[in-house]
Design a protein. Sequence first.
Length: 398
Amino acid sequence: MSDPQLRARRPGAPAPHPRGPGPRAAAALRAAAPALAVYAAVRALGLLVLRLVAHSSGKDPLTRLNGRWDSVWYQRIAENGYGYTVTLPDGALHSDLAFFPLLPALERGLSEVTPLTLGGAGLLVAWTAGLLAAWGIFAVGAHLHGRRTGVVLAALWGVYPTAFVQSMAYTETLFTALAAWALYAVLKARWLVAGALCVLAGLTRPSAAALIAALAITAAVTLVRECRAGHGIGPVLGRNARMLAGVALAPLGWLAYVVFVAVREGSPVAYFDVQAQWGNNIDGGRALAAFIAGLPLPAALGLCAALGLLGWLVVLCVRQRQPLPLLVYGIAIVVISLIGAGYFGSRPRLMMPAFPLLLPPALALVRLRTAGAAAVLAVLACASAAYGAWTLLGAGPP
C-alpha cells in the first residue's frame, strides 16, 4: 500500500503524531495530567485545612473564599454593572471602576445559565482558571526543560505562600492562565494567539501591562536582530507580519477599559484617578520604603531578607538565560507590584502571576531524586495551607 497511514509500523517505531486540534489537545492534556493532579492535590489540601480550622473556630470557610474583600466588589459589578462608590471616613472615594470587567462578566454569564449564585460562579471561574493556569505553566516548563520540570513548576505555583488566593473568587488565576498560555504561544511563535490572549488579560487585571511589554520587547528585539543580520527592513516586516499583528492586538483589551472609564467619567485620565483614589498610584517604591522603615527592627530585617531573596531569584532567571518574553514578564510583574503606593499586604499576591521566577527552584528540585522533590513539595504544601487558613480567617484582606 502506498498510503503511509495504512502501513504497519515497525516494532519500536514512534506512534504517528496526532493530527487535528482535537487529538492534539487530548495528547497535550494527557501529558499535563500529572501536573494537574499534583496542583489539584495541593489546592485541595489548602481547602481541607481551611475547612477544618474554620469549623473549629465557628467560622464559615465559604464566606472567606467568595464573600469578602475584592470578591464582593466583583459580584456587585456582575449584578448591577458599574457605578458603585464608597466614601471612606477620611473622605476618600473608592469606585468600582478600579476593577476590570472580565471576571464579573463571566460570573454573571455563569449565574444566568446555571443554578450557581454569583459567588459560586466566581469560585467556579477561579478554580477552573487555576487548573488552566497550572496547565499553561506546565506547558512552558515542559517546553523549556522537559515534562518533569513542568510538573514541578506547576506544583511550586500551587504551593506559593499566598496560593490560597488561587482558591478565592479573585482574578489571579484567570490572569495567570491567560498570561501563561500567551507566553507559551510566543515561545511557539503563535503571535496572533498570544495577542488575543493578551487582550483578555488586559480586561482582567492592570498588570496585563507586564504581558504587553513582554510581547512588545520580544518583537522589537527580534526585528532589530534580523535587521542587523543584513536583511532589509521590508522583507523583515513582511516575514514578521503575524508577530506585528499580535503585538498590535495585545494592548487593545487594557486600552479599551481605560477608554471606557475615561468616557464614563468625562476625563482622559479618569482611570488613573480612580486607581489613585484606591492608593494604587505609582510612587517609585517610596511607600514600600516607608513601610519598612516603620517596622520593628526584626520585622524590617526579615522583610529585607525576603526582598533580597526575590532579587536573587531575578538574578538566577537572568543567569539561566530564560527566554526574553518570560524574563520581561516576570521582572515587570515584580516591578509593578513593588513600585505602587497601595496596601503592602497585597503585594505578595500581586506577584503570584510571576511564575517564571519559580523556574530556578523548579530546576533545583528536578535535580533531586523523586522522593526528595516530593518531600520538599509536601512540606511547602502544608506550610502554604496553614498560612492560607490563618490569613483567610483573619481580619485583614490578602
